[in-house]
Write a protein that binds this ligand. Structure first.
Ligand code: HEM
Length: 507
């Protein structure tokens, strides 16, 4: 008996400690948002969240309103879903809400890259320098010649002229846009070498198929729920990309973008090991190529399903081409689509924005570094605990809110266009102007630095498709596919199935 009591007490203490760690005893304190821990200790709602983030957050919003805290796999996440209050999340200081801490953990787990404290400046500086303004000129040129190499390489072969080619629209768009983007960022085979364009095509094709394998594993990899065999496959793919994008490999290339090159150099200068930089090159490939291809698919599909939009964009594209004295004709020179031309397409701009509104669904997350007060636009205040996380999911809160965007699930090509063809930026909720009316690129410290280049890429691809090709859905009554629900929160959504289309050269 003398020994039994301490053992029992010890067991009890361990049990209580364990339950504490599992979050069983957490209670909502005065001033905190509604707390929903779910039924399963520690896991909380993570299974439902992972199955369909959109549906889960809609359910929670209906149950608790526009601010609530839920338990997800050991973390407490407070979701802010009031668009008028997004400023409090986006502009909060780094001392309170930190993006880096969260992203560093994810990048280590999913890409095997260990970041140094404060190295983010290298990415920021070089993105500001090379992915916007004057830096974008060179990238646009490079993208243009790579797109034309990939899209038109069989232009001279009589067998391919004017005959329809059938393909899956998703795979076609993703393939072309990924490969052209990859070649523009990571460089071409040296032009001195024989058949360099053909080598570019073959190498980028092989890389795309490996990328797609990783892409499909990615959501479950990020959630840490890959079964062992697929985990091994993900590791194999990582190894393959580290090698394919390594500094040594890149030294054999030409036309490497200044963005990639200077980031490499910048990392070397602050003492990051070469093998780590090789790994980082895949982080950049992932960030730069995982969204643009799927977005280009939705864009072409929406145009094909909406004849009014298609006619308006075609007219705009033809007008710009003419205005710049260019013409596509059989046997004539390739067109030279410049950045200046791309800045004269307000209708296409609105189409891109509308496509992203409907299909880009990132989950923006921050680590809560110290206890803080969340101030809402209507004067409510909520206490948020240190150690928790905060998140916003603009897809529900903004992009598909019927008060901000009428008939929000329909594609309206001119939604972001004023009658005078300037960009429409005035949107309202409850009579108040909404500052954040579309957030495909995120916002604040983590806002996508590649957004200008990405928009350019999408516009270039569509422009070239329209001027060089005729294309149509194999079945004109084809329904727009559902989204693959496992990808909510990871950027641009992908369809749950591909759809067939056909295309042929116009001239
Ligand atoms: C349609 C295409 C794209 C979409 C929808 C998109 C969206 C996003 C979003 C939402 C984020 C922020 C994620 C977060 O807050 O957690 C992000 C980050 C990022 N994007 Fe993009 N992106 C696109 C294309 C690109 C391109 C073409 C590049 C580069 C050339 C790029 C480079 C990056 C990088 C480097 C980051 C990480 C930024 C950081 O850690 O501070 N993205 N992107």
């Amino acid at each position: 008996m003398g020994l039994l009591l301490p053992i029992l007490l010890g067991f009890l203490a361990a049990l209580i400690g364990g339950l504490y760690l599992l979050g069983v005893f957490r209670q909502r304190r005065l001033g905190e948002p509604p707390l929903d821990k779910g039924l399963i200790p520690w896991l909380g709602h993570v299974l439902e969240f992972r199955r369909n983030t959109f549906k889960f957050l809609e359910r929670m919003k209906q149950k608790h309103g526009d601010v609530f805290t839920v338990q997800l796999g050991g973390y407490y996440f407070t979701f802010l879903q009031d668009p008028l209050s997004f400023g409090s999340f986006v502009k909060e200081s780094r001392e309170k809400l930190d993006f880096r801490k969260f992203s560093v953990q994810l990048v280590r787990r999913v890409f095997g890259y260990t970041a140094l404290e404060n190295e983010h400046i290298v990415l920021q500086m070089n993105s500001n320098k090379h992915l916007q303004g004057a830096g974008l000129e060179a990238m646009t040129q490079s993208m243009m010649s790579n797109l034309q190499n990939l899209m038109l390489h069989n232009i001279g072969s009589p067998a391919d002229q004017r005959t329809w080619t059938e393909d899956g629209l998703f795979m076609y768009c993703y393939n072309i846009v990924f490969r052209a983007g990859y070649l523009s960022l990571y460089g071409n085979e040296p032009h001195k070498s024989e058949g360099s364009e053909e080598k570019d095509r073959a190498e980028s094709e092989a890389l795309f198929y490996e990328f797609r394998k990783y892409d499909q594993l990615f959501p479950r990899f990020a959630y840490g729920v890959l079964p062992p065999r697929e985990r091994l496959e993900a590791q194999r793919l990582l190894g393959l990309f580290w090698k394919a994008l390594s500094i040594q490999k890149m030294k054999t290339k030409e036309n490497i973008s200044r963005w990639v090159w200077d980031i490499q150099q910048g990392k070397e200068e602050i003492g990051i090991k070469e093998s780590m930089i090789d790994r980082y090159m895949f982080v950049l490939l992932w960030a730069s190529q995982g969204n643009t291809g799927p977005s280009s698919f939705w864009l072409l599909l929406f145009l094909m399903k909406n004849s009014e939009a298609m006619a308006a964009v075609k007219e705009e594209v033809n007008t710009v081409l003419k205005e710049f004295g260019q013409e596509v004709r059989h046997g004539g020179p390739l067109i030279n689509l410049t950045r200046e031309m791309l800045m004269k397409t307000p209708i296409l701009d609105s189409v891109v924005e509308e496509t992203l509104r409907l299909t880009a669904a990132p989950l923006l997350t921050r680590a809560v570094i110290q206890d803080m007060t969340l101030k809402m636009a209507d004067g409510r205040e909520y206490l948020i605990r240190k150690g928790d996380r905060m998140a916003v999911f603009p897809y529900i809160a903004i992009q598909t809110d019927p008060e901000i965007h009428s008939d929000p699930h329909s594609f309206k090509y001119d939604r972001f266009l004023n009658p005078d063809r300037s960009k429409k930026t005035h949107f309202y909720k409850a009579g108040k102007k909404v500052k954040f009316y579309n957030m495909p690129w995120g916002a604040g410290v983590s806002m996508c630095p590649g957004r200008f280049f990405a928009t350019n890429e999408l516009k270039q691809f569509v422009f070239l498709m329209l001027v060089y090709f005729e294309f149509e859905l194999k079945n004109p009554d084809e329904k727009i596919p559902e989204m693959d629900f496992s990808r909510w929160g990871f950027g641009t959504m992908q369809p749950d199935r591909d759809i067939q289309f056909r295309y042929r050269l116009k001239y």
